[in-house]
Design a protein around this ligand. Structure first.
Ligand code: FES
Ligand SMILES: [Fe+2]
Length: 352
């Protein structure tokens, strides 16, 4: 494949310059949204892109720009397994090469008639894009390949800052206040004993955190949950919880091997607009329906965004002096330090 960097005149002046983000994979849609022969416009880090799927099922992500006269390819369509520009009808094949210029149908298009293509993958039910050179592969979602798990995609959920949304996703101290009757009990906030966070090759890992949850998973029964968190990328995280059923009358609804997990992704559209998409997994003997899973997630994420979008500064600070940090916020504190160490400035307070 002939990957190119677009000419600087075509890029937003103040867009993302962080190599850590440009060379990372970002979720930009759900696989199910893009059928063969369809295209969709995307904005990632202020870059306008077009994704389309060919007849072989391959997903392509390109700059949303025709190299002829700069029209938006996403206003075009797919025909004969090629993307057709809406302006003069140039047709681009899956490699990005122009295969036909209708104004000169018998001429072979010049070599330079080639779209600006990016790295794309369809994995874990999501469309992923990298607009630089991928430094690593997409972070592993182990349950995806485990037949014991039922997986349900939920969202999209709108947030201002994807970093703030991720920080909230790994925060076990807000449950009783933001999710009373769901992830916590309003009159009985959980005391969070000290826990540990380690940095490994693939990001940050927490030890278990215990919380009391009246509606902690799609079964809608009272459970004690033991959360383990992972932050794998600046905008990709994961949680897995071990579940113990509290009420003896409900013991037959589960066993000690029960787990609930969530693979969390945020697409930073611009510095203060993001889209969160998640995939939840359960290995229960009686699996919940997709509707049961989504119903609970929709409640939780709406409650979260109602608070998270009011946080100030709107862009997360990574300088610790701008906020107060308690030991129970350890993973959020480590996340800020880690973002800083990776050189992430885009969408960060004081950054771009
Ligand atoms: S601008 Fe696309 S074919 Fe002319
Ligand atoms: Fe929350």
């Amino acid at each position: 494949m002939n990957y190119q960097t677009p000419p600087s005149a075509l890029l937003p002046e103040n867009g993302c310059q962080d190599q850590a983000l440009l060379n990372d994979w970002h979720v930009v849609g759900y696989s199910r949204e893009l059928e063969a022969g369809q295209l969709m416009p995307i904005t990632l880090l202020e870059r306008d892109l077009v994704a389309w799927r060919d007849e072989q099922g391959e997903v392509h992500v390109w700059e949303d720009l025709c190299v002829h006269r700069g029209a938006q390819l996403s206003k075009g369509w797919v025909q004969d397994n090629k993307l057709v520009c809406p302006y003069h009808g140039w047709r681009y094949d899956g490699t990005g090469a122009c295969a036909l210029m209708p104004s000169a149908p018998s001429e072979k298009p010049m070599k330079k008639a080639h779209t600006i293509i990016h790295h794309a993958q369809d994995k874990y039910g999501f469309i992923w894009a990298c607009i630089g050179t991928p430094a690593k592969d997409i972070p592993v979602f182990a349950e995806w390949d485990d037949p014991a798990y039922k997986l349900t995609h939920c969202g999209p959920y709108q947030f201002r800052s994807g970093y703030r949304a991720l920080d909230n996703f790994v925060d076990p101290t807000h449950f009783s206040f933001v999710h009373p009757g769901v992830n916590g009990i309003s009159d009985e906030p959980d005391e969070i004993p000290p826990y540990e966070v380690h940095e490994g090759e693939d990001g940050l890992y927490s030890s278990e955190v215990r919380v009391n949850q009246p509606y902690g998973d799609p079964r809608n029964i009272h459970v004690i949950s033991f959360y383990s968190y992972k932050i794998m990328r600046p905008l990709v995280a994961y949680l897995r919880k071990r579940l113990e059923i509290v009420d003896p009358a409900h013991q037959d609804q589960g066993d000690p091997a029960d787990r609930f997990c969530t693979y969390f992704t945020a697409q930073q559209v611009d510095a203060t607009t993001s889209i969160v998409r998640i995939c939840c997994g359960t290995n229960f003997a009686k699996q919940p329906t997709d509707e049961e899973v989504r119903r609970r997630q929709d409640i939780v994420y709406e409650q979260d965004s109602g608070i998270v979008d009011t946080q100030r500064p709107e862009r997360i600070p990574v300088e610790l002096r701008y906020e107060l940090h308690h030991r129970s916020d350890l993973i959020g504190l480590k996340y800020r330090n880690w973002l800083k160490s990776l050189g992430v400035t885009y969408g960060i307070h004081g950054g771009v």
